[in-house]
Design a protein around this ligand. Structure first.
Ligand SMILES: Cc1cc2nc3c(=O)[nH]c(=O)nc-3n(C[C@H](O)[C@H](O)[C@H](O)COP(=O)(O)OP(=O)(O)OC[C@H]3O[C@@H](n4cnc5c(N)ncnc54)[C@H](O)[C@@H]3O)c2cc1C
Length: 595
């Protein structure tokens, strides 16, 4: 799309747009598509303003096209669940259809055997898809005078009587009847530990602290090189894996696959890697990989009937107001997990337990993360051993533990659970507990590809990755950098990288756009750990009056959508359809009163 031609319209634009979409990553794109699908159904033509601060609308920073190849998607190519866009026809023009990701990338499920190793795309590749998809709708809308795109950061949103004023950093303001905030990940206040470290690092010139892991190229593009340094990584999840890959592959190291079935790796060092990499977290628990291929994944996929029973069970408990603790979710899933585990037969850890006994262990473990049993990987097992055990389960070469089975059945039940729980009339405290339970299980359900964990395992064997300090070490600020101590083992790090991503706590968000709306529009979360309270159509509800504010909050900062926001497929779900229906209904009403 000719970006210049579009940005040119910016200055002193006095038109009032029907709606402003602020933030156009995947969710903003989905909102735009839903809006015009709904518009065509109702034969109206809304005028839209799109404000996006990154260079690639549709993709945003998570799927930035220019990011390093060491940043991988945690969803396999066959499983990326973004539906195609159907052609939308208006009287004088049409918005073309756009294929789903698989078709776009030339992947055809047919010739692939069940045992073929799942391939995980680069995040930049998905970004290319999303950005092309955005251009294919925005180009035509712009040519029809229905869309104005501003490549800038919205910093203040103010609500006047008849309109919403959106101020862009740099001075420009635009007016819209309403707005949708699709702003995704927002920076939150640094916690005490990070604040202290930042202060200290500012005083010293012999150590470095990265408060964010991305873009990873900031870390690897140094003039002096990293080979004389020890680097600590705060966090032991997906972003840590991206960083470790950047510190090896992006510094010219190479992984060679030595056994395709188990995906074992040999690392060929370049000599540019850091002296040592020390990841650490509060519990030292590693992520568990996704099953290697579809055949192994099938062990965890509930049947259609099981999924239906699961959904009905959850729905009934909510409807009868019986959902008072997370037990209503646990009770619904435990029988399915027990069935799946028993059906694994000799592939699981050996046992002589009945279905009912397995169900009981599943329930106990889901209620209490310290519950232990011989069918579960112990939480005090060393990280490297646990990684290797999980790899064996994922590749069909080692006995499957019950926790691995729980995590992956949970993953297949997530879309059903997310659909039913969004906007369900549940108490806020309970939503908090559900989010916490789902977060706990992300160690399995949002797990990386087997290759990622094989890379960690190989780097640990080579002595580049030190996992001996991973489980909640004592950390002191030293003369130079940080000193680590755990069970008699000590080490020093010169560089610290924080890979813990910001949590979606509205009250802690630092960006002016959110701070402003909290202050000016009396919008507030009803719980300090939740996002903004919204209606099902996304519009925020003000704190005192229960008035609806003409600004929708979509994605991870909205209370009603907090469950299941962090998967790409969820961005293209029904939530943007609900929002779009509301926008079009309000436009029709406005237009009719103006006639
Ligand atoms: C590092 C990382 C890796 C991830 N990896 C995966 C993965 O592998 N698989 C997966 O399913 N999910 C992954 N996710 C989850 C991810 O959040 C979703 O897949 C998806 O990106 C959410 O889309 P979104 O549009 O809601 O938010 P975002 O993608 O965050 O997009 C928000 C957009 O709003 C823009 N914006 C923000 N503030 C403003 C402002 N004030 N003015 C203008 N524009 C603004 C941003 O530039 C951005 O483009 C990952 C998330 C992160 C942070």
């Amino acid at each position: 799309m000719p970006k210049k031609a579009i940005t040119k319209i910016m200055k002193e634009d006095t038109r009032i747009f029907d709606v402003a979409i602020v933030g156009c990553g995947p969710r903003g794109l989905s909102a735009l598509e839903s809006l015009f699908r709904q518009a065509a159904k109702n034969e109206v033509l809304p005028k839209v303003l799109v404000v996006e601060k990154s260079p690639y609308p549709g993709a945003g920073p998570v799927y930035d096209l220019d990011q390093a190849d060491s940043n991988w998607l945690n969803v396999s190519r066959r499983a990326v669940g973004i539906n195609n866009r159907e052609k939308t026809v208006f009287e004088n023009f049409s918005i073309p259809d756009f294929p789903d990701f698989q078709e776009w990338s030339g992947y055809n499920a047919e010739p692939h055997s069940l045992t073929e190793v799942d391939e995980f795309p680069l995040r930049s590749e998905l970004g290319k898809y999303l950005h092309e998809r955005y251009n294919s709708i925005a180009g035509i809308l712009h040519s029809q005078g229905l869309l104005v795109y501003i490549n800038g950061e919205a910093d203040i949103i103010r609500i006047d009587e008849q309109s919403v004023v959106i101020s862009i950093l740099g001075g420009q303001s635009c007016l819209a009847r309403e707005a949708a905030l699709c702003i995704g990940h927002q920076p939150i206040e640094l916690d005490g530990q990070m604040t202290m470290w930042l202060k200290r690092v500012q005083e010293l010139d012999n150590c470095e602290l990265y408060t964010q892991p991305y873009p990873v190229s900031r870390i690897t593009n140094t003039s002096t090189g990293l080979s004389n340094y020890t680097i600590a990584i705060r966090g032991f999840g997906l972003a840590m894996i991206d960083v470790v890959r950047a510190l090896t592959i992006d510094l010219d190291g190479k992984f060679e696959i030595t056994d395709d079935k188990k995906r074992t790796m040999k690392y060929h060092a370049s000599g540019k890697e850091p002296r040592s990499i020390i990841p650490f977290s509060l519990d030292g628990l590693p992520m568990a990989p996704k099953p290697l291929n579809k055949e192994i994944d099938l062990l965890y996929i509930p049947s259609k009937d099981q999924l239906e029973d699961y959904g009905n069970a959850i729905f009934r408990r909510i409807e009868k107001a019986e959902a008072r603790s997370t037990d209503f979710l646990i009770d619904a899933i435990a029988p399915i997990i027990a069935d799946k585990f028993i059906a694994m037969d000799s592939m699981s850890i050996e046992h002589t337990l009945s279905r009912a006994e397995i169900e009981e262990i599943v329930s106990q473990w889901l209620r209490n993360d310290t519950f232990s049993h011989e069918l579960l990987i112990p939480i005090d097992m060393g990280a490297l051993e646990a990684i290797n055990r999980f790899i064996a389960m994922a590749t069909g070469s080692g006995a499957v533990s019950l926790d691995y089975c729980i995590g992956h059945v949970w993953r297949h039940c997530q879309p059903t659970m997310y659909r039913i729980l969004s906007f369900a009339p549940l108490p806020d405290d309970l939503i908090c507990k559900i989010v916490a339970l789902d977060e706990r299980l992300k160690r399995y359900s949002y797990g990386p590809p087997v290759d990622s964990l094989q890379q960690l395992s190989e780097l640990a064997d080579c002595g580049i990755l030190d996992l001996s300090l991973v489980n909640n070490p004592e950390i002191e600020l030293a003369e130079v950098g940080w000193t680590f101590e755990l069970e008699g083992k000590t080490d020093n790090a010169d560089i610290m990288i924080n890979s813990v991503l910001d949590s979606p706590q509205l009250l802690k968000v630092q960006s002016p756009i959110i701070k402003g709306i909290l202050m000016n529009e009396a919008v507030a979360p009803i719980h300090d750990k939740l996002g903004a309270r919204t209606e099902e159509n996304g519009l925020m509800i003000s704190k005192n009056s229960e008035n609806v504010v003409p600004v929708a909050m979509m994605g991870r900062l909205a209370k009603g959508t907090l469950i299941g926001v962090d998967a790409i497929a969820e961005c293209f779900g029904t939530r943007s359809v609900h929002w779009a229906k509301g926008v079009i209904d309000r436009k029709i009403q406005r237009d009719s009163t103006q006639v």
